[in-house]
Write a new protein. Structure first.
Ligand code: TTP
Ligand code: MG
Ligand code: MG
Length: 396
């Protein structure tokens, strides 16, 4: 992620300075009182620094201080994680390995060890549980925590974030960054602000200004597609987004519009969902050789149907939408979906729907390197509504 946006903050009136771990912040006491008064939540977002790469550097001293990429070095390889030494050369997650090597010829490639990452993930989860039961993991290396009513009665979210970072370091010998704020959107932005090994606090009243100067690609949920649309609409920063009226946003961004409208003002109504409802079940396969012929595509689909249906049964999921995803050799992704008024009745129907989606696209415009299939619109998903938060709603 690009953090050159820091410079725009230094020009703003409010400075978002790193908070030193050892330094008690005199504003902490006020913080609690003011939060309670406004009915605001206290949210922490914790994210490990250069996660996979840091675990590899920890476990292999030869890698310490060196530019490391976790991923496959081969022709098709992609960088999953880059150590901060590698990032100085411009190496980033999701970059093709050949590009990474061109930028940094000394780059050391390491194969991922998912078991080691899962172990650390469990360790940090236990640290979080020490402070609050309201934990929403986003991936192996990050989670939102609602510490409005923390278990130990500490009261200050900033203090809790500091303790969590210390405890993670002691237990895992790895560093984590944390963001503290009054909603998820701001807390996630904050955890990214002073990486690595950083802490950033965005206090009530500071959110809108923090967001105004942000490049839009740092907004959580704005992917490459929404990003391109924003660019076409002349939206480059949070301030540009805030200048658009809700009707126009709905016209271009559909169901995401309300989230964006609020986010541009530093408002986010989503609760920390400790038991997040699963939205889809699926799987995908990348091939060692590109596939183009109809026969090979059908065979591959049959294979994926088997794998995905097993997962659907294991999860006891019932859903109404089947989505087929194809990634072409030029990395263009195409998705095709079909929805039923009722739940897909069984494997035969699931296979028939998936097959029809593929047949409708044959012959493909070129060979593909990946095929994926998901069952979405699951039972139970979408029933979840954020609780009304009077203080935050009144800001709209
Ligand atoms: P991130 O938290 O996005 O990145 P990071 O921990 O490597 O670095 P940062 O200090 O900026 O947080 O992702 C966590 C891990 O997830 C990362 O170490 C590797 C994996 N990952 C991928 O496999 N592919 C990806 O495209 C990304 C972004 C991450
Ligand atoms: Mg991380
Ligand atoms: Mg992460």
């Amino acid at each position: 992620m690009n953090r050159s946006s820091n410079s725009s903050f230094t020009q703003a009136k409010v400075l978002f300075v790193p908070v030193m771990a050892s330094e008690p912040d005199p504003r902490d006491d006020d913080e609690s009182a003011r939060h309670a008064e406004l009915g605001l939540r206290k949210i922490i977002h914790v994210d490990m620094d250069a996660f996979f790469a840091s675990v590899e550097q920890r476990d292999n001293p030869e890698l310490k201080g060196r530019p490391v990429a976790v991923g496959g070095a081969g022709g098709r390889g992609v960088v999953a994680a880059a150590s901060y030494e590698a990032r100085k050369f411009g190496v980033r997650s999701a970059m093709p390995s050949v590009t990474a090597l061109r930028l940094c010829p000394e780059l050391v490639f390491v194969r991922p060890r998912f078991d080691a990452y899962k172990d650390v993930s469990r360790q940090i989860r236990r640290v979080f549980e020490h402070y609050t039961p309201v934990i929403e993991p986003l991936s192996l290396d990050e989670a939102y925590l609602d510490v409005t009513d923390d278990r130990l009665g500490i009261g200050s979210a900033t203090r809790i974030a500091t303790l969590i970072r210390q405890e993670i370091r002691a237990k895992t010998r790895l560093t984590a960054s944390a963001g503290v704020s009054y909603n998820k959107f701001l807390a996630k932005l904050a955890s990214d602000q002073n990486k690595p090994d950083g802490l950033c606090v965005i206090r009530p009243g500071e959110g809108a200004q923090f967001v105004a100067g942000l490049p839009i690609r740092r907004f959580h949920g704005v992917g490459p597609r929404a990003g391109a649309k924003m660019q076409a609409l002349g939206i480059a920063t949070g301030a540009d987004l805030a200048a658009k009226d809700i009707a126009r946003l709905r016209q271009h961004f559909g169901s995401m519009a309300d989230y964006l409208f609020r986010a541009a003002r530093g408002i986010d109504l989503r609760p920390v969902a400790a038991h997040r409802v699963r939205k889809s079940v699926g799987g995908e396969r990348t091939f060692s050789e590109d596939i183009g012929s109809g026969a090979a595509l059908r065979e591959t689909l049959a294979n994926i149907i088997d794998i995905v249906w097993d997962r659907i049964e294991a999860a006891q999921a019932r859903g109404r939408t089947v989505t087929l995803k194809l990634k072409f050799t030029d990395f263009q992704i195409m998705t095709r979906a079909t929805s039923l008024p009722d739940y897909v009745s069984g494997k035969a129907e699931f296979a028939a729907l998936a097959g029809a989606l593929l047949e409708a696209e044959l012959p493909l415009r070129g060979p593909i390197r990946l095929m994926g299939l998901t069952l979405g619109n699951l039972e139970g998903a979408g029933d979840e509504k954020p609780p009304r938060d009077a203080a935050q709603l009144s800001l709209l």
